[in-house]
Design a protein around this ligand. Sequence first.
Ligand SMILES: Nc1ncnc2c1ncn2[C@@H]1O[C@H](COP(=O)(O)OP(=O)(O)OP(=O)(O)O)[C@@H](O)[C@H]1O
Ligand SMILES: [Mg+2]
Length: 509
Amino acid sequence: MEKYVLEMKNISKLFPGVKALDSVNLKVKPNQIHALVGENGAGKSTLMNVLSGVYPYGTYEGDIVVNGVTCKFKKIKDSEAKKIAIIHQELALIPTLSIAENVFLGNEQSNAGIIIDWHKTKLKTMEILKKVGLKESIDNRIKDIGMGKQQLVEIAKALAKDVKILILDEPTAALNDEDSDHLLDLLIELKKEGITSIIISHKLNEVTKVADEITVLRDGKIIETLSKGIDEISEKRIIKGMVGREITDRFPKREHKVGEICFEVKNWNAYDHMDESKHKLKDININTRVGEVVGIAGIMGAGRTELAMSIFGKAYGKKISGTILKNGKKLHLHNVKDAIDNGIAYTTEDRKTSGLNLIDDIKGNICIASLKSISKGIVIDANNEIKVAEEYRKKLGIKSPSILQKTGNLSGGNQQKVVFSKWIFSDPDILILDEPTRGIDVGAKYEIYSVINKLAEKGKTILMISSELPEILGMCDRIYVMNEGRIVGELNSSEASQESIMHCIMQSH
Ligand SMILES: Nc1ncnc2c1ncn2[C@@H]1O[C@H](COP(=O)(O)OP(=O)(O)OP(=O)(O)O)[C@@H](O)[C@H]1O
Ligand SMILES: [Mg+2]
């Protein structure tokens, strides 16, 4: 048996104005979980796209050696033939198709190679779903199941192709702790069956827990590969490798000056968009004060995003009732424009579908929600637009050769920074943040937290939804706990802890 199941030798990859990979050497041993970590834009996704043939042979320099054999993949199908499968940062499932259809998409089970054999497809799907631990009817559509389950469908899809090297690009970024644990356990199980996983993640606690080896990338170069049992593996050491310096505090300090109540949501009720019989938000009462950062904690499916979107000009929900008050005055928000005009901003958790215009550049995306403030009369002031975009690029460290770069070409975390800039620049009084640091590296998280703190110090109010409890605990003055569409607890920062939040959730059942 070869010592390495995979070797990537001296891989370099250029994009216009960017050296995304610079002589990278990656060695992966068989039957292991190998983690790839690094800051946003370090080159992790690019390296895996080279490996899987997304970037064909000839568009990069260097060699890919799989089980001792040099490979020249011209397309994704070629790497699949070598039993390599990649699950991308943004999932590639088709929402309106069923689980079974997705699992065998492009790999349909046929009779004598002509007609799709649905009976065979379904039996095989059921078998694979059992293996990945997904308890769901195979006829259910992707759009009706949660993110955790969608990830498992992606893995099922890879297993259906008899994969030996499974690449997962930030698989747990959008998952709650329970779903993440399930997924990581599955990778450990698959290891026993001879499947090697390469996992990209910003969640360093998970990386240190499951990875046998960890490779750290910085600015397109390999810094080091750490092996469990040989090297000392700690988050501190990994972070130092990633950012090139030590980070002592994860959360910047803020002067807490909380004033009067400035935003209230009262007796708020809403029913599901698709199915009006489902009561999704039940008698919700929340408020925030001037200069306050308020968190909404809860498990996936608690209704936090639905709450935020329904407040944001009824972007979610049917039969909405209740009142919204700003500085004691009732607001009538019929649509998103009304919400923006009244000083409310909402950063979505899902940047691909609703956060960004991927074919537009950084500058256009940052300024789109604030056209009035950069225009002279009805004409956009191009100089002003450039100035503003440059300012945010520097402030948040958006990695890109220029602000004229299409956001579709940015790395995942840098896209998230653009979404964030866009809403900060719109200078809202009430900023609702939905998973603001998903897919963001440790250093950039700190920058985003600093911006949030500055806004609070300026007297703005921030409502922050996050599934990362340490973030909620590290940032918020006050925390609402939500479960099954209701507010089930309210805690001050002094009484809030991981345990007290979980306690509220458990008690509400
Ligand atoms: N199609 C492209 N065109 C131009 N530049 C690109 C393209 N794809 C990636 N880049 C650039 O290459 C660099 C590496 O990007 P990559 O997506 O590999 O980063 P990453 O490590 O996966 O980051 P993240 O953690 O944010 O996902 C970045 O500077 C990015 O802007
Ligand atoms: Mg990436």
